[in-house]
Design a protein around this ligand. Structure first.
Ligand code: GLA
Length: 451
């Protein structure tokens, strides 16, 4: 095996056909990099997207999650510069070039612009470290196929943030790695305007082949460290990701609205549980005891009367414009979802896959009815998966379209995929796209050479 192939095998596993496709992609990227930036040294960093098995919208409430890294990733080929400039090219036509100076206050590009996902970590690292940081000349490759599907709830944008952060840390020799780096990447993404948690960045950085990553998203109060564990997934079962092809533009305000509703729940519960900061702080309390303390819905005016300003509750984040907050159902989802994550961990450890599957189905129902992040197409896709023999299936990621994750017995996967595709097309007229998640290694420097 060539040196290049064995490097790739350490990241992606041993499927020769897949490795050859990765090799072709890597060489295309190196070639394009040489054309753009000329001869000389080049480093290639990669960061994977993730699929979440269970634990949705719990992370920013300091709850539990169980994601795994995909073998689909973003590649960032680069050459360090002597100054602090970053110049980004993209192998995909239409993305254009982006360029900025690393500083403690980098002017934001328009909302949704891909350059923000590199500017965010650059600004955060510059704020954290006194030394002037080196920038780089780079070429990004997130092409469909081996790249992370975009807008599909598989964290393509976090992958770019993580790749950029890992690269900046490496070339500037910053003393930041592991969970502290993942945590920094989570904060760096606030730069783009959403108020997400740390799940995507931890999954992208700290995952291990063949394993899911259990993460407790509440850092230890004294040390600010996180508890996490790699959980093996039975090789008798496959994690299948099915893209509904439904995309909803501009979901950021809806996402932030959910974040706000959880925080409002905390603010209201603080009367009875002084000092709590996140919903996780009342996880030990039975839901039956919490429920009567939370209003089903509450208006902004009623909150203001109680001294809670819903506008300020999100810091600088934007929230959807409606005056009514659905507090109780949102908190119920988070509380019950945390319990399901722990139960799923136990089920996976004792190889009780039908129990794990049943918990995923429960999680989907809760996400659809209490958290209201599903769509009719996604519900149809989940039903199609269960009819086709999945032991469990649920929406994965932030929601409002995107992907379903299903747990399927290995020998059934082929028949499953074609049956789901037919049933989904019959129900919605849409063509679902499925792939088996092979769970690659977490982000890092993959390859360096001289062109
Ligand atoms: C997005 C966010 C994550 C998490 C999920 C929902 O992917 O970036 O932090 O909140 O949604 O579970």
């Amino acid at each position: 095996m060539s040196e290049q192939l064995s490097t790739l095998a350490a990241v992606y596993g041993s499927d020769v056909g897949f490795l050859e496709r990765q090799q072709a992609r890597l060489n295309e990227l190196l070639h394009a990099f040489g054309q753009l930036w000329g001869q000389g040294p080049v480093m290639v960093f990669r960061a994977p997207g993730r699929v979440n098995l269970i634990g949705e919208h719990t992370d920013y409430n300091h709850g539990f999650v169980l994601p795994m890294a995909l073998d689909r990733d973003v590649l960032l080929a680069l050459r360090p510069r002597a100054d602090g400039r970053v110049i980004l090219g993209n192998v995909e036509q239409g993305f254009g070039e982006r360029s900025f100076e690393i500083s403690r206050d980098i002017p934001r590009l328009p909302l949704g612009d891909w350059g923000n996902y590199v500017q965010g970590p650059a600004q955060l690292l510059s704020q954290r470290y006194e030394q002037p940081l080196h920038g780089f000349d780079a070429l990004v490759d997130g092409r469909p196929g081996l790249g992370v599907p975009r807008g599909a709830g598989l964290s393509s944008s976090s992958a770019l943030t993580v790749a950029a952060a890992v690269a900046l840390v490496h070339i500037n020799e910053l003393p930041l790695n592991g969970p502290a780096l993942a945590d920094a990447c989570g904060q760096a993404e606030w730069y783009v305007g959403t108020r997400g948690g740390v799940m995507d960045q931890f999954a992208s950085l700290l995952s291990r082949q063949g394993h899911a990553l259990f993460l407790d998203c509440r850092p230890d109060a004294a040390t600010q460290t996180y508890t996490y564990r790699h959980v093996p997934v039975s090789p008798q079962f496959q994690v299948v990701v099915i893209d509904s092809q439904v995309r909803h533009a501009n979901t950021g305000p809806h996402f932030n609205r959910r974040v706000a509703e959880g925080r409002i729940g905390v603010a209201l519960l603080r009367k009875y549980y002084p000092g709590i900061t996140h919903l996780r702080d009342v996880q030990q309390v039975r839901w039956e005891d919490l429920e009567p303390l939370l209003p089903e819905t509450i208006t902004a005016e009623a909150l203001l009367q109680q001294g809670i300003d819903p506008e300020r509750i999100l810091d600088a984040g934007r929230s959807a414009e409606t005056n009514i907050y659905n507090v109780r159902a949102r908190c119920r989802h988070v509380h019950s979802e945390n319990t399901r994550v722990l139960a799923t961990m136990e089920a996976l450890s004792s190889l009780d896959m039908s129990r794990a599957g049943a918990l995923m189905v429960e999680a989907h129902r809760s996400a659809a009815t209490a958290y209201e992040i599903s769509t009719p197409e996604i519900d149809a896709l989940v039903d199609a998966c269960l009819e086709a023999g999945a032991v469990g299936a649920r929406i994965t990621g932030a929601g409002w379209g995107g992907c379903v994750v299903a747990l399927v017995a290995s020998e059934q996967v082929e028949a499953f995929v074609s049956q789901v595709s037919l049933a989904y097309r019959a129900a919605t007229g849409l063509q679902a796209e499925s792939f088996v998640c092979r769970s690659a290694r977490g982000a890092g420097l993959m390859f360096s050479t001289n062109l």
